[in-house]
Design a protein around this ligand. Structure first.
Ligand code: DLZ
Length: 163
């Protein structure tokens, strides 16, 4: 589980299927904006690197991580995307709010994968402090946005292989 053991931006380029012809949604939480913006930028750059067309990437913002699932569902329904990358950053505070937001978002995103039978990727950082988030948003542990984009393309590739 530890990202200290695996850089989020390092992967085998050859293992990632082409994104040519794919429509990808990205829903981004506004909370901890500097972090989520860096994650979104990483995701977009990675999708472009793997040949997703710029005009086939659809980015929408929601207030917080808790709203990601509904935003992602609306993106799927309105834009008919092949996959949605959900981007958020929840930083632990002094109250149990962190646990409720993380659990709610995680459960809801899992349900979307199964309901639509397509990838809704969990590009959410859940960290103990801001430094851990920065380390995973383009810092020393790479960028979770890159990893989320790679995951979306790999899952679409798997679906095609199983057809
Ligand atoms: C309320 C809240 C808090 C305390 N912390 C975060 C956070 O660290 N990251 C995040 O994305 N959102 C946070 N939110 C907002 C909730 O996700 C949600 O937007 C509100 O509870 C309204 O439903």
């Amino acid at each position: 589980m530890a990202t200290a053991l695996q850089n989020l931006s390092e992967y085998d380029m050859a293992s990632v299927p082409s994104g040519a012809g794919k429509r990808i949604g990205i829903v981004v939480a506004e909370w901890n904006k500097a972090i989520t913006h860096a994650l979104c930028t990483g995701a977009i750059e990675t999708l472009l690197k793997h040949h997703v067309a710029e005009d086939q990437i659809f980015v929408q913002h929601v207030p917080g991580t808790f709203e990601l699932a509904l935003g992602a569902q609306w993106l799927e329904e309105r834009m008919h995307v092949d996959a949605v990358i959900c981007i958020g950053c929840v930083i632990q505070g002094d109250t149990p709010h962190f646990d409720f937001i993380c659990a709610g978002a995680t459960d809801a995103i899992v349900q979307l994968n199964l309901k639509f039978s397509k990838p809704f990727v969990f590009g959410v950082l859940t960290t103990l402090n801001l430094e851990q988030a920065q380390d995973r948003a383009g810092g020393k542990h790479g960028n979770k946005g890159d990893e989320a984009a790679v995951t979306a393309l790999k899952m679409l590739g798997l679906r095609e292989r199983l057809r």
